[in-house]
Design a protein around this ligand. Structure first.
Ligand code: PEP
Ligand code: MN
Length: 298
């Protein structure tokens, strides 16, 4: 006898026919269908680095972090204007004012922006400012939000729910695809497991990267910041994610300027631009090796 609601990988062609590699083949068998955000391409050979503050706190803070991450080699800026916080008494983000700040910072630095939308009623507003919409972990199964995001016409960064199976995650992506939007990038950001809160915020599930690649042609990136919650682990986790085949990284960064204020959220996981630079250098070195290997092969 089966269990109601229980699904496994063999059900994926039925659950998500639009994004299942076993049903659809918009690209070659092993290949990823690239997703473009302005000039940035997810799913190409070179992993994309997105970086920026957890939350947009002020124009000055966002601009300073944006120039720092650009200087370190990041290609895209992240930053939350609407923040999902555990306590309703904590800083909730600057809202629309935060979106305006992101837009102006993007104009000055040339960096495309990704920012979270939490409310289906605000999808159009956020889409008016952002180059890419982020669906956060807490909202991965907010189906009305996924449908609105799908209709927005913007590329979507779909974070994995903190306790979501691969089937549930890809089912969520299918909701977006069903609205005619295949511009979806998946993001592994750590899952709940028994060590959470002891020495790590979440458990970074690197194993899901090859599994995602086997089931779908959508690109997948990793968020080592929320996956670990510990700044000292972010650099190593980033390298590991790249070794596992991640198409990119999204990393929280805080300015190390002596006058810079401590971030209002997730301060313990924010790295300094110099560490971001190391991560980009690691990617550069890996790309050079790949080019050399290819040159030797011919
Ligand atoms: C974030 O990226 O700002 C965020 C809140 O992440 P997550 O949804 O993965 O917790
Ligand atoms: Mn954060």
């Amino acid at each position: 006898m089966g269990i109601a609601g229980n699904v496994g990988l063999s059900d994926l062609p039925r659950i998500c026919p639009l994004i299942s590699r076993r049903v659809q083949s918009p690209v070659g068998e092993q290949e990823t269908r690239a997703v473009s955000v302005r000039a940035v391409r997810f799913g190409d050979v070179r992993p994309v680095v997105i970086a920026g503050p957890c939350a947009v706190e002020s124009f000055e803070q966002t601009l300073a972090v944006a120039w720092a991450v650009k200087g370190a080699g990041a290609e895209m800026l992240r930053g939350g204007a609407f923040k999902p916080r555990t306590s309703p008494h904590d800083f909730q983000g600057l809202g629309v004012e935060g979106l305006r700040i992101l837009r102006e910072v993007s104009r000055q630095t040339g960096l495309p922006i990704v920012t979270e939308v939490m409310d289906p009623r605000l999808v159009e507003t956020v889409a008016g400012y952002a180059d890419m919409l982020q669906i956060g972990s807490r909202n991965m199964q907010n189906y009305p939000l996924l449908i609105e995001a799908g209709k927005s016409g913007k590329p979507i960064l779909l974070k994995r729910g903190m306790a979501a199976s691969l089937c549930e995650w890809l089912g969520a992506a299918e909701y977006i695809a069903k609205e005619g939007n295949l511009e979806i990038v998946l993001c592994e950001r750590g899952i709940k497991a028994f060590p959470c809160g002891e020495y790590t915020r979440n458990v970074l599930d690197l194993n899901v990267i090859p599994a995602v690649k086997e089931e779908t042609f959508l690109p997948i990136i990793v968020d080592p910041s929320h996956a670990t919650g510990v700044a000292g682990m972010v650099e190593t986790a980033s390298r590991a994610a790249i070794e596992f085949g991640s198409h990119g990284l999204i990393i929280e960064v805080a300015c190390d300027h002596p006058t810079a204020a401590r971030p209002k959220c997730d301060a313990a996981q924010a790295i300094h631009p110099v560490h971001l630079r190391n991560i980009v250098r690691f990617i550069d070195a890996r790309m050079e090796q790949t080019t050399l290997r290819q040159a030797h092969a011919v």
